[in-house]
Design a protein around this ligand. Structure first.
Ligand SMILES: Nc1nc2c(ncn2[C@@H]2O[C@H](COP(=O)(O)OP(=O)(O)OP(=O)(O)O)[C@@H](O)[C@H]2O)c(=O)[nH]1
Ligand SMILES: [Mg+2]
Ligand SMILES: [Zn+2]
Length: 320
């Protein structure tokens, strides 16, 4: 783990202190993540330290841990002001992936953006951007090219204002290339896509880089699986469906067969794409499953916690 101390120049290596190990044992979300502020206690006579504590996060992008069926979350980026969902305009745009990542972005507490990269490739980037804006209510949608520099100004503006911009998205979306363009140097290595268009996971670490004119950009490795952590609210992601739902005849309308359903009526008259409703249902179902996992773990923990704590304290007795 690398930590940039106050002067922002020296990098110290740091190991987890027992106190932090204890915290992580109780809740893996306490694992220090890129963007975290931590308390480091220096080790005398060495350029190393021990990370005692992770300070409370202002915002956090959390996904479900990769292990199938895990009820724990993993922090991808901490304390970002803007979470930019990066999606390449070429070879194609995956709307469902954008919606899924927006769920993480909205629930992070940061401002969600959609950044459509490689805008130099499609014939009509503006048409494509307008299409994506339909699935991203409330989030600015930018069409950018790291190659030509087009469309980067809104992000540069936020950075000049001191914001930290976290980039999340599939492998090969162009996150590291975008970071390099914003930072103005070759700080992250990038790599061409395979011929089949699938990314190769060039970036394997989460890194935060300071931008010379102010602000910081946080790069993350491309995500293959983006599991919802179970705490997201989809209301923001599907704001127009929420809006329609408030006009359904029944307050508990499931928008399936109910009479007087404003959502189904909107699908019927073509104002709401069926794909959008399907996507909402799919994420909602996934969310409910994950929330149930978290619930049953929390119940089990209430009974098991005392035991776990006893073990941890035996291993790392608190010094007086
Ligand atoms: N034409 C064009 N190509 C781009 C642009 N941005 C990125 N690329 C290309 O897309 C490929 C993937 O870029 P990366 O920046 O490595 O993608 P990444 O999202 O960081 O991928 P991972 O690190 O695997 O998550 C590289 O070949 C880049 O040169 C762009 O604006 N225009
Ligand atoms: Mg990368
Ligand atoms: Zn309804």
């Amino acid at each position: 783990m690398s930590v940039a101390p106050d002067d922002g120049v020296v990098t110290v290596t740091a190991a987890w202190a027992p106190a932090l190990e204890r915290a992580v044992a109780a809740d893996p979300v306490q694992v220090p993540a890129a963007g975290d502020w931590v308390v480091v206690v220096p080790v005398a006579g060495a350029r190393t330290g021990a990370v005692e504590r992770v300070l409370p996060r202002r915002t956090a992008v959390v996904r479900a841990q990769v292990a199938r069926g895990s009820s724990y979350g993993q922090v991808l980026a901490a304390n970002a002001d803007v979470v930019a969902v990066a999606e390449g305009m070429a070879p194609d745009v995956d709307l469902a992936r954008i919606e899924r990542l927006l769920a993480l972005a909205w629930s992070s507490g940061a401002e969600p953006y959609v950044v459509l990269t490689k805008a130099d490739l499609p014939a009509e980037p503006d048409v494509l951007a307008a299409e994506v804006a339909e699935v991203a209510p409330g989030a600015p949608v930018l069409a950018v090219s790291a190659l030509t520099g087009a469309g980067l100004e809104p992000l540069r503006d936020r950075l000049r204002g001191g914001a930290t911009v976290a980039l999340v998205g599939a492998s090969g979306a162009g996150k590291s290339t975008l970071l390099n363009a914003l930072v103005g140097g070759d700080v992250m290595s990038t790599r061409a896509l395979r011929v089949d268009g699938k990314g190769r996971h060039t970036t394997v670490t989460r890194e935060l880089h300071l931008v010379p004119g102010g602000g910081a950009v946080l790069d993350t490795p491309g995500l293959r699986t983006i599991g919802l952590a179970g705490e997201e609210a989809l209301d923001d992601v599907f704001a127009e469906i929420e809006d329609l739902a408030s006009r359904c005849r029944f307050a508990d309308c499931a928008h399936r067969t109910e009479p007087g359903c404003a959502v189904l009526a909107a699908v019927e008259d073509g104002t709401l794409p069926q794909r959008r409703l399907d996507s909402h249902r799919k994420l909602l179902r996934e969310l409910e499953h994950q929330a149930a996992r978290v619930d049953s773990r929390l119940r089990a923990e209430l009974t098991g916690r005392a035991r776990v704590q006893q073990r941890a304290y035996r291993r790392y007795p608190l010094r007086p």
